[in-house]
Ligand binder design. Structure first.
Ligand SMILES: Cc1ncc(COP(=O)(O)O)c(C=O)c1O
Length: 440
């Protein structure tokens, strides 16, 4: 029996739920990233770093809702905050004090943010950041990087995912639309830049500067393969954008977890705008965008109708803001040091294992966020990630699932503060076992 058959054998209830779901939900799910063939395991319960599916299979959760649950599942302070606020009203058509507390907390940590606004999803936060940049500069085009994922807004559905075929013949970088049905002209108003290539990226910025409103970049590319930017690359982007009056936007929706003040603190670089999401919500839908006061000012309704009106029924939802506050209050410097230490052990352990077993694989990332790539060549940008063996990483994911370890199908691994040495050792043992099985 192969891993595929074994998976089906132990997930009969998930298989039935998937059939039922497919009658009412297109393709049986409601989010492309959670589907994998033949069907995903449906989750019944999460506690700490463990989840249990509807068939009773237990997993150590190395996805944490795609990097959201930094304290794992059912973290008591978050659960208590939700319980308390829910008893007093889930959400209101009015502001609540929780929004202020969470905003104060973020402004106190992320040095570049003077003022912020909340949204319900990262997609919306990015959309508003781009809108603010266009208004502030009076320019129309935006620049993003190959492999940079910034959500579902039309302008961001460009070149976030490339395949080996895309890059085989195409020059670096290539503009492709990752979704059908986008507004006409999106490909023309989005400039795609190569990640970690200072000269090419800066030359393109210089050439397009007259109509460039902003450059948006993840300091550590997340969905595109967990690839950190080089220090001098980000410094060059800061210098070039400032020189031309172009806004520099750091999308830290995923990378905030990499430092007390986000990845930008570690790099020591101050963007004009920052987008946040995932961990700031404690696990409920909430995101944010913020930055220099003068850039954020067009949202201000106190002196007349704002040039950029911001709508959103669930913006700053009281319960989500309460959960987010509890989560972030407990993400102390000590908690982050704990994550860093676990992450170092994980990376070191995997690298040793790959060397010992002569496996052509490497681990990118740092802190609590990593990606395994089955590639012998160094992965320094999304092109490198796209060149890695995709079929093998999917088999690897499946093999780990059978061993009770849940990572993202694309090889992404994220840690939570409730993990310890036992979970890291257990993971490395499971990887060793999967590699030895001959199924990967
Ligand atoms: C860096 C980054 N930006 C934006 C988004 C979009 O956020 P959301 O899924 O909340 O719309 C994501 C989601 O994974 C992300 O990783």
């Amino acid at each position: 029996m192969d891993d595929h058959a074994r998976y089906i054998g132990r997930t009969a209830k998930s298989g039935e739920l998937f059939k039922r779901a497919s009658k009412v939900l297109v393709g049986g799910t409601t989010r492309t990233s959670v589907y994998f063939p033949p069907y995903p395991a449906f989750m019944a319960k999460g506690e700490g770093c463990r989840t249990v599916d509807v068939d009773g299979n237990a997993y150590i959760d190395f996805i944490n809702n795609y990097t959201t649950l930094i304290h794992g599942h059912g973290f008591t302070p978050v659960v208590e905050a939700v319980r308390q606020q829910a008893g007093q009203g889930l959400c209101f058509g009015a502001p609540s004090e929780h929004e202020i507390r969470l905003a104060e907390l973020i402004v106190g940590r992320v040095a570049s943010i003077e003022k912020l606004r909340f949204a319900s999803s990262g997609t919306e936060a990015v959309m508003y950041a781009l809108r603010l940049a266009r208004l502030f500069t009076g320019r129309n085009t935006v620049a993003k990087f190959e492999g940079g994922f910034h959500g579902a807004y039309d302008d961001c559905q460009v070149s976030y995912k490339l395949t080996a075929e895309h890059i085989a013949e195409a020059a670096d970088p290539v503009t492709i639309l990752n979704s059908a049905g986008l507004e006409a002209g999106v490909g023309d108003r989005v400039v795609v830049l190569p990640f970690n290539q200072i000269d090419v990226a800066c030359a393109a910025i210089d050439a397009q500067a007259d109509d460039l409103a902003c450059v948006i970049v993840e300091p550590v590319i997340g969905a595109g393969g967990v690839i950190p930017a080089d220090q001098n690359f980000l410094e060059a982007l800061r210098e070039r954008t400032a020189h031309h009056g172009i806004l520099l936007i750091f999308d830290e929706i995923m990378s905030l977890r990499l430092g007390y003040g986000g990845a930008q603190q570690g790099y020591g670089i101050t963007p004009d705008l920052t987008t946040l999401g995932k961990i700031i919500s404690g696990g409920l839908p909430l995101a944010a965008f913020g930055g220099r006061e003068e850039v954020m000012a067009p949202l201000d309704p106190t002196t007349g109708p704002p040039p950029i009106p911001q709508s959103g029924t669930f913006n700053g939802c009281a319960t989500a803001a309460a959960a987010g506050t509890a989560c972030m209050e407990h993400l102390t410097r000590e908690a982050l040091s704990h994550l860093d230490a676990l992450g170092q052990d994980l990376k070191h352990g995997l690298e040793q294992l790959f060397r010992r077993t002569a496996t052509e694989a490497q681990v990118t990332g740092f802190g609590s966020l990593f990606n395994i790539h089955f590639s012998a060549a160094p992965v320094e940008d999304h092109r490198g990630a796209a060149r890695a063996d995709q079929a093998r990483v999917e088999r690897f994911f499946q093999a780990l699932l059978l061993r009770g370890q849940c990572i993202a199908p694309r090889g992404m691994i994220c840690l939570s503060t409730v993990m310890g040495k036992a979970e890291i050792d257990g993971f490395i043992d499971a990887v060793a076992d999967a590699l030895a099985s001959g199924e990967v």
